[in-house]
Design a protein around this ligand. Structure first.
Ligand code: 5GP
Ligand code: ZN
Length: 140
């Protein structure tokens, strides 16, 4: 647990959260400032700041819970679709430095966009640059 982490405090029960699901390693609760009815956050119970910090088994548990919950949340609020996303790092918009997956119910005509809308200007990459990126990721 990290002392000054709001999500650790919710996991510990020190501050209230509208908990919708709990497993041995994860907790899911409603976002206090929802983007849509049913907006749910799924967190590992242990404090980890970034996605890459998660141990493999916890990462698997987290995705398993997102997989189980997304259709349940969608049904519960009678939504038409769901956007699932993780802001991983400050430059990506992460404000709470404890890994969390957002489950955001989506509705026909809700005025939102696809996940493609979250990034900035699209780069114009040459084939060579794409090859270099492919190699860099493969060998990382
Ligand atoms: P981020 O920008 O880090 O991906 O998203 C953080 C999310 O946490 C935001 O959607 C915000 O509304 C939510 N949030 C921040 N503080 C609290 C809180 O105390 N309780 C709950 N349930 N959600 C919170
Ligand atoms: Zn934490």
């Amino acid at each position: 647990m990290s002392e000054d982490c709001i999500f650790c405090s919710i996991v510990a029960g020190d501050i209230p959260g509208r908990v919708v699901s709990e497993t041995e390693t994860t907790l899911a609760f409603l976002d206090v400032n929802p983007l849509a009815p049913g907006h749910t956050l799924v967190v590992p119970k242990d404090h980890h700041a970034r996605l890459g910090d998660l141990p493999d088994d916890v990462a698997a548990d987290l995705f398993a819970e997102v997989h189980a919950l997304a259709p349940r949340v969608e049904d519960a609020v009678d939504a038409d679709a769901t956007t699932v996303g993780i802001n991983d790092g400050e430059a990506a918009g992460q404000e709470v430095p404890h890994v969390h997956a957002h489950i955001v119910p989506r509705f026909d005509g809700d005025g939102g966009g696809p996940i493609h809308a979250v990034a900035g200007d699209r780069p114009d990459l040459s084939d060579e640059e794409m090859d270099d990126i492919e190699s860099a990721i493969t060998s990382a």
